[in-house]
Design a protein around this ligand. Structure first.
Ligand code: AVJ
Ligand code: FE
Length: 452
């Protein structure tokens, strides 16, 4: 070898070492972050399932582990012996390619394996994946790195779902438990005058590039291919709709007036089992609005962004104001123009507060230009866009092709992340999706309008 070539290959292997080591460090961080807050829970908390859409905490802990066992260990470690022969069936969520599974609404029946065994399962798979990474080389290593990255992003999605699912389960308990490290408490009201009026940031019409192609940084397959869209001129609100503004809608009879509502939303609002008169978790006590939070019960803070509303409610609110929801591309174009850092003023999972925070500054500094706030974090933002494939989208042919693509019907796109989303998980092309009646996520709204 010439000295030049030697240098090159040394550099390449050093580069590979850094990449593997940094993924390994992130892998361990994510695994630990998933587990850390569950140490405060009682044994019974791990099996609670309050509705078919929500899963028990123990199931989340095991399913995210199953993902690595199924797709990394079984895929790349020849002769890997499963931790337990039934776990492939027990902790498969929805992968037809993998096989049969426990029905989703029965996940709360699984008191065995107990949380002790689930924790052993987690550490055994975490260790085996780490060992495997040190052994693999070449193309195998490259492919394994990609799948582990998907596994990490998958686990981050479940970190958020663990919070929203347990919050829902606890909301049913008259003990009003707190899922975080502090006793239930009423937060003091700290209202500093009315919230500043919304400012609409105007955008000229034009052709814009949206979505992203596979590249160095991880993105989900549903964020691409990148393509161009034409947008007529629009204005996007500089902040989220607040609880105070939502109360105006309620007081004006917004929940009782069918003309604001989509037909399916109106039918859902009238459901006899749980008629909607306010956002999920809100409760009227002697004329005052309270809500259940992960810290227990607290009075509604009018300056906080509203959360736990469905698409139907968001849409009705916007129509009542004579405005509308943004499309997902209006949101994305505005986010790209604002720049990620400029808009990173929301609250994320890392704060461990798990409730939306107020806009960081209630009033613009004198003379300062209006800008978009709370784009990322605090509350997911419903868009009017149906969750559908971008032009030329094709899911992978293997089992992981089932990850996002097969859900592209009957759901709407949400953008921006919430107070339960890990900060490193969110970006301007990210597409979350839920059915129009889902309310248990931290879902809120930002208004939009057609420019004059
Ligand atoms: C993108 C949040 C709708 O909840 O099914 C978890 C995330 N995908 N495991 C979901 C997900 C696979 C997904 N959402
Ligand atoms: Fe999953």
């Amino acid at each position: 070898m010439t000295p030049d070539l030697q240098d090159l290959s040394a550099a390449a292997s050093a580069g590979k070492g850094v990449r593997v080591r940094s993924l390994l460090a992130r892998f361990q961080d994510v695994r630990t972050a998933t587990e850390a807050w569950t140490e405060l829970l009682e044994p019974g908390d791990f099996v609670l399932q309050s509705m078919p859409d929500a899963s028990p905490t123990g199931w989340h802990l095991a399913h995210t582990t199953w993902f690595f066992e199924e797709f990394v260990l079984c895929g790349f470690a020849p002769g890997h012996e499963r931790f337990h022969p039934r776990f492939q069936y027990l902790f498969n969520s929805y992968y037809e390619t993998v096989g049969e599974r426990v029905a989703r609404h029965r996940r709360g029946m699984l008191s065995r394996p107990g949380i002790g065994v689930i924790r052993e399962y987690r550490s055994s798979v975490t260790a085996a994946v780490s060992d495997l990474l040190m052994r693999l080389e070449g193309d195998e290593l490259e492919r394994a790195l990609e799948v582990i990255e998907i596994g990490l992003q998958h686990e981050q999605q479940h970190q958020e779902l663990m919070v929203t699912d347990l919050k829902h389960a606890f909301s049913i308990n008259p003990m009003r438990p707190s899922i975080v490290d502090r006793p239930p408490r009423a937060e003091p009201r700290t209202i500093e005058g009315p919230t500043r009026a919304i400012i609409f940031i105007e955008h000229d019409e034009g052709l814009f590039t949206v979505g992203v192609n596979e590249g160095e940084d991880f993105t989900f397959d549903n964020e691409g291919p990148s393509h161009r869209v034409f947008l007529p001129a629009f204005g996007l609100a500089d902040r989220l709709v607040t609880c105070g503004e939502w109360m105006e809608f309620m007081e004006a009879g917004g929940y009782d007036e069918p003309r604001h509502w989509l037909s399916a939303g109106w039918a859902r609002r009238n459901s006899l089992e749980d008629r909607w008169t306010a956002p999920l978790y809100w409760e009227n006590r002697d004329g005052e609005w309270w809500r259940f939070t992960v810290h227990g019960d607290a009075p509604v803070d009018p300056a906080e962004p509203v959360a736990h509303i469905s698409y139907y409610e968001a849409d009705a609110y916007a129509r009542w104001r004579g405005l509308r929801l943004p499309t997902e591309f209006e949101w994305e174009v505005a986010a790209i123009q604002a720049g990620r850092d400029a808009a990173l003023d929301g609250r994320f999972r890392e704060s461990l507060r798990f409730e939306p925070g107020r806009a960081s500054e209630p009033v613009e500094p004198a003379g300062g230009p209006a800008r978009l706030r709370q784009l990322f974090g605090d509350a997911w933002e419903w868009t009017s866009s149906a969750y559908a494939a971008y032009p030329r989208y094709a899911p992978d042919t293997g089992a992981l092709g089932e990850y996002n693509g097969k859900f592209m019907s009957g759901q709407f796109v949400l953008r921006g992340g919430s107070c339960a989303t890990p900060e490193s998980h969110i970006r301007s092309t990210y597409r979350n999706f839920f059915p129009a009646d889902a309310r248990w996520q931290f879902s809120g709204l930002r208004l939009a309008r057609d420019s004059q």
